[in-house]
Design a protein around this ligand. Structure first.
Ligand code: AMP
Length: 541
């Protein structure tokens, strides 16, 4: 492992990459266009060439069929795209973004490393986290850590763990929102609660503004035809409203020049109009904050908030700060919005690799500097942050359960349902033991199927959950014709990273099963093929 590790914020709309500079400080590395953030947009120019970033984003209208954006929303799903006859999974597209970010960073810094830490939203489940790790692998990188964005944001504020405090992180990005509550002590960071909505972000503000502008344009120009039905007009307006939204974060009004056919109009939007049109979106985030606070109070009664961090590009909108203040009375700590997460990832990376003493400049490996600190990953990951050993302990982001059967509503009917063993927000690591019983007489075979919650709330309905049983399955066979009501001892253990291991014992036969749910949507061969495709591709010049 190299002494340098790049920290990557792989965002839905923008990404950033940082490292620890010669002064021991986290620094975001500018891309080849001189920007600190890079649009997470990929344009496939040919079978062998890609363009990532601003140019790809600008060309998205003209080259719609060769351009991909918002791929993070598909991570962990079985989506498959095709370009120039080659299959591309969300992992492969993300790999191209990662490859490009690292190539730029290597060029800019001269640092020759493939070691990276990648951040993910707090509420990503096992599938999405694994997909992110695999994206790194496909890009030929050595992923030394996948950490959550709020933890990275907290690290970027220079936490030293020298005082006890509690933090709330409000993170509104381009496509996602999450709220995380954590406690920081000399021992480390303990996440208490994390909550969010993976389909709520700046893009929703864009789309509200889009509707607002389009309506004004229609009225001003007296159009009988709806210009938004025209794909070119719609694409162009979508890009322009994002710029207009950013202007409204600085100014009270902004205008957009709209043209459709012979109609040309300057459409003016005030900040007040924009704010009232998107009030319901802000309220959705505030409701999630309130829900997270309630859950945190249950875990830690009387918990107060010493710091509230605003993270994510969309937190720049003044309405966010105002409404948080109005509803909760908080004064907020602004982070570097879209750079904090990458910087935190770099700090984490350095914590796992080498540590530069800020005073002497001496470079010590974390292992040496940690000395006798036990590296017990089951209790969370121990890192060297600011010269102090800190453990980062997380919570389970999605509930995990097993498929059971029970009597249905009508006689003789059998109903399958998910019985949850571990609930979202449970502190990690955890271990749960339960003894369910067989449903029918003469049971000789029994399959155990593990599921992870997909929606915002637990649901017993199978379709509302995602199966995470490993491909090989987990089945007891040749059981001694167990009568109905025979016990099966089940143990579910989830480690600090959220990796679930389920073991089960049938006491009569003594048969034992152990399965680890490392969910991967991609098959091994697909992974190898994707790695080959990405290795064979280059940035277009
Ligand atoms: P992130 O995913 O954290 O990089 O956030 C990206 C989102 O932040 C996008 O939806 C941007 O449009 C939005 N954004 C960036 N700057 C501003 C700004 N000044 N005002 C409003 N939204 C912004």
């Amino acid at each position: 492992m190299s002494e340098h590790v790049f920290g990557i914020d792989l965002g839905t709309t923008y990404s950033a990459i940082a490292y620890i500079n010669d002064y021991g400080r986290p620094e975001v590395i500018r891309n080849s266009e001189g920007d600190e953030t890079t649009p997470s947009v990929v344009f496939f120019e040919s079978e062998y060439n890609y363009v990532v970033g601003r140019e790809a984003k600008n060309g998205a209208i003209v080259y719609r069929d060769q351009t991909v954006s918002l791929i993070k929303r598909q991570m962990g799903t079985a989506t498959q795209l095709e370009f120039f006859g080659q299959p591309f999974f969300p992992e492969t597209i993300s790999a191209v973004i990662l490859k490009d970010l690292v190539a730029s960073a290597r060029d800019a810094t001269g640092i020759d490393t493939n070691d990276v830490v990648i951040t993910v939203p707090a509420y990503f489940g096992l599938a999405e986290k694994e997909a992110t790790r695999q994206a790194g692998e496909i890009a030929g990188l050595n992923v030394v850590g996948v950490i959550t964005e709020p933890v990275a944001a907290a690290l970027s504020t220079g936490l030293k763990g020298d005082a006890e405090k509690s933090l709330l992180v409000y993170d509104l990005g381009g496509g996602t929102f999450d709220c995380t509550i954590m406690r920081v002590s000399p021992d480390g960071i303990e996440v208490l609660v994390t909550d969010g909505n993976r389909l709520l972000g700046g893009a929703d503000w864009d789309s509200m503004l889009f509707d607002l502008v389009a309506e004004k344009f229609r009225n001003q120009a007296g159009l009988s035809e709806d210009p938004v039905d025209d794909e070119d007009f719609a694409q162009r307006l979508l890009t322009e409203v994002e710029t207009c939204k950013m202007t409204l974060s600085r100014k009270e009004k902004a205008s957009i020049k709209c043209s459709f056919g012979s109609a040309v109009e300057m459409v003016e939007i005030t900040r007040a109009e924009f704010e009232s049109g998107t009030r319901h979106l802000v309220d959705q985030t505030l409701d999630i904050v309130a829900r997270a606070m309630e859950a945190a109070q249950e875990k830690s009664p009387g918990l107060g908030y010493d710091d509230v961090l605003l993270v994510g590009g969309s937190s720049r909108m003044p309405m966010i700060e105002t409404s948080l203040h109005e509803r909760f009375g908080w004064t907020l700590t602004k982070t570097e919005f879209d750079l904090a997460v990458a910087k935190g990832a770099a700090i984490y990376g350095q914590g796992t690799a080498g540590w530069v003493d800020p005073v002497t400049g001496a470079d010590t490996g974390a292992a040496a500097a940690l000395g006798d600190v036990p590296q017990d990953d089951s209790q969370g990951r121990t890192l060297l942050i600011g010269g102090r050993a800190m453990t980062i302990a997380n919570v389970l982001s999605r509930s995990i359960g097993v498929q059971f059967v029970r009597d249905g509503a009508h006689p003789g009917q059998v109903e399958e349902y998910i019985g949850f063993l571990a609930h979202a927000q449970a502190s990690l690591p955890l271990e749960i033991r339960e003894t369910p019983e067989t449903y029918s007489d003469d049971t000789t075979e029994l399959s155990i199927r593990i599921f992870e919650q997909t929606g915002e709330a637990e649901s017993e309905t199978i379709a509302d959950n995602r199966e995470i049983t490993p491909e090989a399955g987990a089945t007891f066979t040749g059981l001694p014709r167990l009568p109905k009501g025979s016990p099966i001892e089940v143990r579910l253990a989830i480690d600090a990273e959220g990796l679930a291991t389920l073991s089960a014992v049938e006491p009569r036969s003594g048969q034992q099963l152990t399965v680890t749910a490392t969910l991967s949507v991609m098959q091994k061969e697909e992974l190898a093929a994707a790695t080959k495709i990405v290795a064979g591709m280059q940035r277009a010049v």
